[in-house]
Design a protein around this ligand. Structure first.
Ligand code: NDP
Ligand code: GDP
Length: 330
C-alpha cells in the first residue's frame, strides 16, 4: 500500500484527489491549516473525513511541512496548497508570493532533505501564461499578469530546478481552470451557480459580476486530478498541460447556467459592477493537452455543458435541502 501526502487536502482539488487515491487503495494523509471555523466541508461532503489522516501544517511554516513529511513517509506528495485566488492576489501580493511561491520552495526543500526518493507533484497554472493570444502548450512562454501568476511561475521554475539539480522526481501539471460543485465560492463559475440558487430560493433578487467577456478553458476538477496521479506514474518526471482545448466566455457560462436554473434572461438577475474588475485580467486562456493525451493517455471526460448543469443542480439541491444556512454570503 502506498502513502500519499496531499498538501491542501481541504481545497477543491485536494478533496477530489483524496477520493481518487482512496479508491486506488492509497493511505491518504492530508494537511490542513488551523482556522477558527470549519474547514473540512469538502472532504466531509465526499464522505472521506475519517479515511484521511489529517495533519496540521502551514506553507508559511517550514517545520510543520517537515513534520508532515516525516509523519506520512509519502511515496507521492501533491502540493496543491496555495493562495489560489487571482483576485485576492492583487490585494495581498506579499502573502501570495510567500505561500504560493516560496511555500512551494519550502516543500521542495523539505522533500530534498527528508525524502528525496518521493515523487512530487506541483500545481502549476495557466495563469502563468498571461494575456497573449493563442493556444498554449508546454513550450509556450510565461508572461504572468497577476501576483498569483508571478508566484506560480516562481514555483514552476523552482520545481524544474529541483528536478534538474537534485534529481527529484518532480512534475508540474499546468492546469487550466477546472471547476466543480466544490469550487471555492469566490471563483466566477461557482459565484454564478451559487447566486442563481439564492435567487431561485428567494434570498436575493440580483447579484453582480465583473468582466463577463473573459474567456477560459474550463474543465471538471474530477477529471483533472486523475492527470496529476498519472504524471507521477510515468518512468520520467515531466511537465504537462491539462486542458479541454475549448474556451467559453463568462457570459456563455452565465447564459447557460441561468437557463438551467429556469431564471430566463441573465440581464434580469445580474448587474455589471466595474469595481469587481481586476487591474489586469486575461482575456482568453486555451490549452493544448495533446502531450498529456499522448503520453499519459489522459482525456477530459465532462463537457462544458455537463459541467454547468452539474454545478447548477448541486447548488439548487443544496438550497432545497436547507444546507445553505452557513453560506449566506460570498
Ligand atoms: P483551493 O483554493 O480550493 O485549495 C487551496 C488549498 O490550499 C486549500 O486546502 C487551502 O487551505 C490550502 N492553503 C491555502 N493557504 C495555505 C497555507 N498557508 N498553508 C497550507 N495550506 C494552505 O484551490 P484548488 O483546489 O482549486 O486548486 C489546487 C491548486 O491548483 C492550487 O495551488 C491552485 O492555485 C492550483 N490551480 C488551480 C486551478 C483551478 O482552476 N482550480 C487552475 C490551475 C492551478 P484552506 O482550506 O485552509 O484555505
Ligand atoms: P481565474 O481565471 O483563476 O482568475 O478564475 P476566476 O473564476 O476567479 O475568474 C475567471 C474570469 O472571470 C476572470 O477574467 C475574472 O475577471 C472574470 N470575472 C467576472 N466577474 C467575476 C466575479 O464576480 N468573480 C470572479 N472571481 N471573476 C469574475
Amino acid at each position: 500500500m502506498k502513502n500519499a501526502l496531499i498538501i491542501g487536502v481541504t481545497g477543491q482539488d485536494g478533496s477530489y484527489l483524496a477520493d481518487f487515491l482512496l479508491k486506488k487503495k492509497y493511505n491518504v494523509f492530508g494537511t490542513f491549516r488551523r482556522t477558527s471555523h470549519k474547514c473540512f466541508e469538502r472532504i466531509e461532503e465526499m464522505g472521506n473525513y475519517d479515511k484521511i489522516t489529517r495533519i496540521k501544517a502551514d506553507l508559511a511554516d517550514y517545520s510543520s511541512i517537515q513534520s508532515a513529511i516525516r509523519q506520512s513517509q509519502p511515496d507521492e506528495i501533491y502540493n496543491l496548497a496555495a493562495q489560489s485566488f487571482v483576485g485576492v492576489s492583487f490585494q495581498q501580493p506579499i502573502l501570495t508570493a510567500d505561500i504560493t511561491g516560496l511555500g512551494t520552495l519550502r516543500v521542495l526543500d523539505a522533500v530534498k532533505e527528508n525524502i528525496p526518493d518521493a515523487k512530487f507533484y506541483q500545481a502549476s497554472s495557466s495563469e502563468m501564461y498571461g494575456n497573449y493570444l493563442g493556444i498554449k502548450n508546454e513550450d509556450s512562454y510565461f508572461k504572468p499578469r497577476s501576483p498569483y501568476g508571478v508566484a506560480k511561475v516562481f514555483a514552476h521554475h523552482m520545481t524544474n530546478h529541483y528536478r534538474e539539480a537534485y534529481n527529484i522526481f518532480a512534475c508540474c501539471g499546468i492546469l487550466f481552470n477546472h471547476e466543480s460543485p466544490l469550487r471555492g465560492i469566490e471563483f466566477v463559475t461557482r459565484r454564478i451557480t451559487w447566486n442563481l440558487a439564492r435567487i431561485k430560493f428567494k434570498q436575493i433578487k440580483k447579484f453582480t459580476l465583473g468582466n463577463v467577456s473573459a474567456r477560459r478553458d474550463w474543465g471538471f476538477a474530477g477529471d483533472y486530478v486523475e492527470a496529476m496521479w498519472l504524471m507521477l506514474q510515468q518512468n520520467k518526471p515531466d511537465d504537462y498541460v491539462i486542458a479541454t482545448g475549448e474556451s467559453h466566455s463568462v457570459e456563455e457560462f452565465l447564459t447557460l447556467a441561468t437557463e438551467y436554473a429556469g431564471l430566463g434572461d441573465w440581464h434580469d438577475v445580474v448587474e455589471i459592477d466595474k469595481s469587481i474588475m481586476r487591474p489586469t485580467d486575461i482575456d482568453e486562456l486555451i490549452g493544448d493537452s495533446s502531450k498529456a493525451q499522448k503520453q499519459l493517455g489522459w482525456k477530459p471526460k465532462m463537457t462544458f455543458k455537463q459541467l454547468v448543469k452539474t454545478m447548477v443542480e448541486h447548488d439548487m439541491s443544496y438550497f432545497k435541502a436547507g444546507m445553505d444556512q452557513f453560506h449566506l454570503h460570498n
